[in-house]
Design a protein around this ligand. Sequence first.
Ligand code: IMP
Ligand code: MG
Length: 181
Amino acid sequence: MQIQVDGTLMNVGVLFSELDIKERTKKIAEQINKDYGNKETLVVLIVLHGAILFGADLVRNLEMPTEIETIRIKSYEGTSSSGTVKLVTPLPTSLENKHVLVIEDIVDTGRSINFLLNELKQTKALSIKVCSLLDKPEAHEFSIQADYIGFTIQKNFVIGYGLDLNGKFRNLPYIANLTKA
Ligand code: IMP
Ligand code: MG
């Protein structure tokens, strides 16, 4: 597939297929089930919009009593990080004394997750961990290490399976690299 980005024709190359994602999601869920056990409630906090597909697929593989919360933060314009992060929706009010697992689409500079983790400190959650579908270690500007990572990738901009380019392409069932045609 080819798409136009700001007047430039780009190739969309599949990096992780639907099956790759499905298998990896199952593996991560197995690890989460092992780590948390199946008794205590886990609050899965899905960061919108990027982690919506990954979060929805991951929770289906969890075995503990699970609550789903969402939060929306904004940090990105086009294909580069904007430098400022904002909460677009308020923090969920129900995290006190609960184990919270934040689900992110990608840790790029780490600015967004660093910001969100700071905000979450005031919720009095019992524990807070991070599960990110993707990690771009070469792009980190903050010392952030997600507890669970789907795939580690290079600095390239990717789209699909929740990840967008100016709001579009989140619906692709695979994760794709964009390269100049
Ligand atoms: P960070 O704050 O720099 O870590 O960026 C985090 C946010 O930027 C992610 O939650 C994504 O929404 C967006 N982002 C970073 N890299 C990509 C990418 O390659 N494709 C699409 N969105 C990205
Ligand atoms: Mg985004």
